[in-house]
Design a protein around this ligand. Sequence first.
Ligand SMILES: [Zn+2]
Length: 314
Amino acid sequence: MNYIILDMEWNQPPHVSRMIKEPVPLHGEVVEIGAVKLDEDMNVVSTFKTMVAPKYYKKMQKWVKALTRITEAELKSAADFPGAYSAFSEWCGKNCAVFTWGPDDIPMLKSNMLVHGFDDVLPPHYDLQVIFDDRITKEKRQISLSRAMEILEEPALEAHDALNDALNTARIFARLDMETAIAEYDEICDRYVKKPKAEREVHNPPRTYENKTDIINDREMTEFACPVCGGRSVCFDFVWQNPYKYISLAECENGHKLLAGFKFNRPTAKHVTATRVVHEMTDELKENYDARASAKGTFGKKREEALDGLAVSV
Ligand SMILES: [Zn+2]
């Protein structure tokens, strides 16, 4: 049996009202398929990469473009989904199992298959992110691919190219005892029950300021207890999300990666009222953050400065 490590990039509809809803909701349209084939001895025997021309969501969303650097121009000459998927399926061969990093790629692939008239029948498939948590980090939470590479001290290829991400995932795959993990996969999934969302967020009561940028200098707002471990955490590298919200990276003294959001009321003549919410970082939040940071730039303290400040403020 061969192991297939699959990663895809997809574009999104410009607005939820423009989303294709039949025969299934199409939350994203696949624009790139990357995959790596390993034999039973974990040797890479083949790679697969194709761009896919979208049929429904042809205009690349700005943040998808910023993340993947995929342009409309290069997709114009690409294969359509039926052609690309058929080539992928043939490359996979008959006897294989499919692995992805995280829970998103398989439902995305299935919805694209259904919209293009295929049955949504796939080989057995497994979420390597869940297996990694069970075997290595044991924190019952989604960890980014780049963080997993760091933990295993694997050198990473540049992210957000579907083939590079698949190659990176394959390096993690080859480090785990997959035969046992596949045999125990149902039990692994049963053990992986994520904490309820509310426990992983820290809300702050509203606070009032003269202007929006005063908030980043208020330690009541930019320092808080880590929602994962309770350790002291600090914000840095702020970026505007819209005129009423900015977001920042944050990190706790134990290295947990977080994302903070600061929301304002519509500014009145006299003051601004702001609330804060903190999330554990996920791949999705990080992608959203990175795209905005690369498009608009960041402000406020940088990571080193913020963590130094945290160290001296004991
Ligand atoms: Zn922490």
